[in-house]
Design a protein around this ligand. Sequence first.
Ligand code: G3P
Length: 215
Amino acid sequence: MIITNFKTYESASGAKAVELARVHERVAKETGQMILVAVQAIDLASICASVQIPVLAQHIDAVGYGGNTGSICAESVKNAGAWGTLLNHSEKRLNRELLSQSILRAREVGLKIILCAATPEEGASFLEFEPDYIAVEPPDLIGGDVSVTTRPEVVRKAVELIGGLKLLVGAGVKTGEDVRIAKTLGASGVLLASGVTKTKDPKAVLLDLANGLRD
Ligand code: G3P
């Protein structure tokens, strides 16, 4: 599995976000690999209406319908067509209580849950929430050019503590070789952003990344 987090990159916002999601869909179809996009709340509905690949919200708030001005409502995310949501991304950390409430809300409306963790140990501590996936991303490597896979001990530890089936790794992932190493070490996939959102040729990058998932 490959997940591209669009964050709030200009190249992955508004009409450009829809186009970039379509590129992901084309590569998913061409390669047969599971490729997802995690998009801004404001772009969620238009992207869900435009592509058939699974779409994730980058975050939801622990609220439902009602008086919650400015919040991202779980029901609205689900009704927009989202498959699931990231929670606790390094750039949107939640305390444990809020995380627990947000997970509950996501589950109540039927969203898949991908919990982000800064370390294998933190990721393992999230197993009690029974998320669908746990993405381990060393914060100091996020947005940079050094891949998490250059720290194989981190990926190995995460596999040991979390188990490979639920495990995604991320930060600095840019190439098919990074994906291949992550998979060889036992992870199920990768979560990345700038490698795709900042390139001039996202299709070529995505094809390379998808190639790294092949046996
Ligand atoms: O959510 C993915 C992200 O935090 C990693 O970002 O730019 O290092 O691939 P990047």
